[in-house]
Design a protein around this ligand. Structure first.
Ligand SMILES: C[S@@+](CC[C@H](N)C(=O)[O-])C[C@H]1O[C@@H](n2cnc3c(N)ncnc32)[C@H](O)[C@@H]1O
Length: 309
């Protein structure tokens, strides 16, 4: 089961107008989206996106139009959100929610190849219908490319050693499964050395982020949608690792007005249009209680802004 992370905190920040139009860019199992729908009144609308075919199938019965509320479910990358809203005749929305990363379903289904806990072909595509699989990447990328991916997206200082080991292993036999890859990484770094997390964790995260071009997607949806949220509307983003959180923090940081003193006296406000205001100065983290009930929430950071103030 996928338990929605910081459900109440997300919804309190997001829904300010029960008759408004709200977009959930990452439907997953529809936990957050169902609660958005619940808080809407007649005239309200929920537009949900996910690039995963299985996710859409799972939520379509849970999230239906009715009782005067409109529901539209779109299978696409959230990077294309603005174009897809155009097609639906929606110019502006009242709020956008993004719950980044993988869902528990994606991790739990062995064939999706996201997890080394279950041995299966290394796929890792969130959209199973297109693009390069992680196995293709692992078996064809150059040693430098692999090292760069593992360093950049996994922030793993053993990236060169791991990339060298992958290239040596695949020269003998194609690396086809998650178990094989995890074994290669583990041997490359000299075993687990008493660490709590598996030494392949960062490599798997890095490959997943590369295969799905995750950071570019987040950047694109923020850049386009910040112009499509009404004044007073909200953008709420849950991140699960430092790279995503940094991107979100820096993106909104550029839109938060700061005052610069002028030589001739007075001040001027500098910011990228439209201006935004942080709802909380620091990101929220899950309560101790939630963290003990849902381990996935332990790495979550929640940031939210109000647009145009
Ligand atoms: C953490 S889950 C969301 C869980 C959801 N909030 C819930 O309560 O059930 C993230 C979902 O976002 C989807 N996703 C990730 N990147 C995406 C992208 N670029 N475009 C659309 N969906 C994406 C994944 O397929 C996954 O189903």
């Amino acid at each position: 089961m996928h338990i929605p992370v910081m459900l109440n905190e997300c919804l309190e920040a997001l829904v300010t107008n029960p008759k408004g139009i709200y977009v959930d860019g990452t439907l997953g199992n529809g936990g957050h989206a169902a609660e958005v729908l619940n808080r809407l009144e007649v005239g309200g609308a929920l537009i949900g996106f996910d690039r995963d075919v299985d996710a859409l199938e799972r939520v379509k019965d849970k999230l239906k139009s009715g009782e005067g509320k409109r529901v539209e479910l779109v299978r696409d990358n959230y990077a294309n959100m603005a174009e897809r809203l155009d097609q639906l005749g929606i110019a502006k929305v009242d709020g956008l929610l993004l719950d980044l990363g993988v869902s528990s379903f994606q991790l739990d289904v062995a064939e999706r190849g996201f997890s080394f806990m279950r041995d299966a072909p290394i796929d890792m595509r969130m959209d199973q219908t297109r693009g390069q699989t992680a196995a293709e990447l692992v078996n064809t990328a150059s040693e430098t490319e692999l090292a760069d991916i593992i360093y950049r997206y996994g922030e793993d200082r053993s990236s060169r050693r791991i990339a060298r080991a992958i290239v040596a292993a695949r020269a003998k036999m194609e690396i086809a499964t998650t178990g094989q890859l995890a074994g290669v990484v583990e041997r490359a770094v000299g075993g687990r050395k008493g660490k709590k997390t598996h030494p392949a964790t960062k490599t798997f995260q890095a490959l997943r982020m590369a295969v799905n071009d995750e950071l570019a997607g987040v950047e694109r949806v923020l850049e386009t949608m910040v112009h499509r949220v009404v004044e007073g509307g909200r953008i709420v983003v849950l991140t699960f690792h430092s790279l995503e959180d940094r991107l979100v923090k820096q993106f909104f940081g550029r839109h938060v007005p700061r005052e610069e003193s002028l030589q001739q006296g007075g001040v001027r406000r500098i910011y990228e249009e439209p201006s935004v205001k942080w709802i909380w100065k620091k990101p929220l983290i899950a309560t101790a209680e939630e963290q003990s009930e849902n381990p996935r929430s332990r790495s979550a950071k929640l940031r939210a802004v109000e647009v145009g103030v």
